[in-house]
Write a protein that binds this ligand. Structure first.
Ligand code: SF4
Length: 236
């Protein structure tokens, strides 16, 4: 990969040159990523510059002492994005077709919710607005429910649990017919964590990786069978 930094004092035209360079490289058929640093966050002019870069670059990463984010000019899978998030709880807004986590359904009085897979719902809530917000006690109860019953499956649809889709497994968990620990993709002898988040993978892939890595490790002096930990620093 080629890379260059454009540096200089304020108002020396860094963004102007950067935008011109990105347009030029993009015009040559290259995918260009932009990384923008700001000491002051991205609420003001720096944010506007970043928005402009988003219009012409394939991806834009921005970081400041108070905020960092990455955007792409295309869809990425949720599985790609979640390991970057480094959080305790994920609240996903939208994603009706994502069937590997439970949901709460927002309903209007006259609404037909069949298209929103009610079998995946922990609870339904009446529609609300900013002027008509949910009651504080309802939000507290929802937070308690999320901490007690919220979960995330790897979303591989690998069929190892006997269901064709993770969505069916989620429905069975909510119906009390299965447990999260029954997901075979999270239940193998091998675990991989990325930024502290455990990644799910197909048991077949796990077996292949495990066998391959073990075979390589056996060639190393000092190898003894048992629990093995491999830590990759700054993997890219
Ligand atoms: S084993 Fe896990 S990842 Fe595979 S289909 Fe079942 S729930 Fe989904």
């Amino acid at each position: 990969m080629k890379a260059i930094a454009i540096v200089g004092k304020k108002k020396t035209g860094k963004t102007t040159l950067g935008m011109a360079l990105v347009k030029c490289l993009t015009g040559r058929g290259l995918k260009v990523g932009v990384v923008k640093h700001s000491h002051h966050g991205f609420d003001g002019a720096e944010g506007a510059d970043t928005e402009e870069y988003k219009k012409i670059a394939s991806s834009v990463a921005a970081y400041s002492p108070s905020q960092s984010f990455v955007s792409w000019d295309r869809e990425r899978t949720v599985q790609d994005l979640m390991p970057l998030m480094d959080v305790d709880v994920i609240v996903m807004e939208g994603g009706n077709k994502i069937g590997w986590l439970p949901r709460v359904l927002m309903v209007r009085e006259d609404g037909d919710n069949k298209e929103f897979y009610p079998e995946l719902a922990l609870k339904q809530y009446p529609a609300c607005t900013r002027d008509n917000p949910p009651a504080a006690e309802d939000v507290e109860q929802l937070a308690d429910m999320v901490m007690e019953k919220g979960f995330l499956l790897p979303g591989l649809n690998c069929k190892a649990c006997g269901r064709d889709f993770c969505m069916e497994f989620v429905a069975d968990i909510l119906a009390g017919k299965a447990k999260v620990s029954g997901c075979k993709a999270m239940d193998g002898d091998m675990t991989i964590t990325c930024h502290g988040n455990e990644l799910g993978f197909n048991p077949f892939v796990a077996d292949m990786l495990s066998a391959g890595i073990t075979a390589m490790l056996k060639q190393l002096k000092g190898y003894v069978p048992g629990d093995i930990h491999i830590h990759i620093k700054n993997g890219s």
